[in-house]
Design a protein around this ligand. Sequence first.
Ligand SMILES: Nc1ncnc2c1ncn2[C@@H]1O[C@H](COP(=O)(O)OP(=O)(O)OP(=O)(O)O)[C@@H](O)[C@H]1O
Ligand SMILES: [Mg+2]
Length: 514
Amino acid sequence: MYDISKVQNTASTLFSAYASLAASMMLVRTMANDLIPKSLLTYIQSAISYLFTPLSTQLTIIVDEQCGMTRNQVYEAAEIYLRTKIGPNADKVRAHKTPKQKNINVSIEKDEEITDVYGVVQMKWRLVSVEPQDRHGYTPEKRFFELSFNKKFKESVLNEYLPFVLTKAKEIQDNDRAVKLYTRDCPCGSDDDGYGYGGGGGGVWGSINLDHPATFDTLAMEPEMKKMIIEDLDRFVKRRDFYKKVGKAWKRGYLLYGPPGTGKSSLIAAMANYLKFDIYDLELTSLYSNSELRRILISTSNRSIIVIEDIDCSVEMHDRNLGHQPSDTKITLSGLLNFIDGLWSNCGDERIIVFTTNHKEKLDPALLRPGRMDMHIHMSYCTNQSFKILAFNYLGVSDHRLFGEIEGLIKNVEVTPAEVAEELMRSEDAEVVLEGVLNLLKRKADEANEIKEEKSPSTPEDDEKEEIEDKKVDGGEIQEAKRLRTEVLVHTLRNQRRGRMRIGRPNRGRGGRW
Ligand SMILES: Nc1ncnc2c1ncn2[C@@H]1O[C@H](COP(=O)(O)OP(=O)(O)OP(=O)(O)O)[C@@H](O)[C@H]1O
Ligand SMILES: [Mg+2]
């Protein structure tokens, strides 16, 4: 049996002991508060709690949205990167798209958590948003990401994972960026439809989204040449530090030359789509002075391609002098070159300038001198390789019974990719269109032979014999008729060739060549 009085005694002893301990604790705390400085007290308290709480294995990195007045690049990158990590279980996401973006994007809502794995490291991201304390709403809400993971991976998260997030975000952003075409005569409307003014142009340039589908994959040209251009572009964009080190402006110039319809404009579009650079289409013939040219070039933005098409025609205006203007206000080739050299070394980064021409031989040697244009690219008539690329793009076939005959002819005929492309578009039936290509090639081969024959010099003896014969018949009339017929034939053939080359090619009017 229990002795009730004993139990009561023990309980009251315990209670009185606790009461006296509590009273002493209070006394000690009051004395400590009075005697020990507050900062030291806080330190002692945190040290005691550190000693008595179990060691946490988790580390949390806070990634604030703002670094003072500027946006935190890590925050921006995380926001973009995490879009690709939103799983099917997310309860709430945000959707958005700006005129400069191609796609609708989703991002996480506050308090949502996203998990990610990098190598063996498991990570958890959480978006936190703190409402402003200020009742008047002057203080914006404070947002930040919390990135938690096991402490032992601190180094690899900071030195490898976060740089990886930055790179990945740039890649995602570049892919989503709509490439703009800036022209000075664009019928642009509001910025909402992908139209707009700007790009630093301040109204000088109008812009429109460049929806040109050309890519290096669809471009029909010799594979080695294509590879060389892609490598050159890659090297160029990667070499920011190199350019700085050697004291050279970060610019590159290309001269594209070749007959109409061989893909010069398509190559420029492919370059822009590849690099995600905007294009500034500069129509020199619409400019009247070097100062206007300077103003326009200065208003172009970084990471862009400045295009001057048909430079041989554009610089015909080098003597254009309006009325009584002094010569330094007119636009001249040397003005253009000097300015480009100046622009090259003075302002802007990551710029590419492209000149195109159908007649390289007509260009001023100043333009061709080494160092002015870094690469001269010859866009030539269709070859076997480029025909195969076109056939694959348009028909999806990489072999056909007519290929052999086509390839036998194509190497001896001057046919442009534009002409072949036009034939390939006539039907979806590979048999039908390849017959069409074959006929085109045969026709071209015949025309070329006829022209050659008409042009081939006959020996003086032949001419004399023929003349005597003709005179014998009608006293010279036949001879004159023959000469006229030859002239007409050559003329007609030439016109036919020119006419056919133009069929199906984009409008060459101002702003219409893209
Ligand atoms: N190399 C090519 N690869 C693929 N398609 C091509 C190629 N060349 C021409 N084309 C087709 O022909 C059309 C006209 O080509 P493009 O405008 O690029 O020629 P260009 O060389 O710029 O001609 P121009 O000297 O008249 O400006 C393109 O839209 C494209 O469909
Ligand atoms: Mg062109």
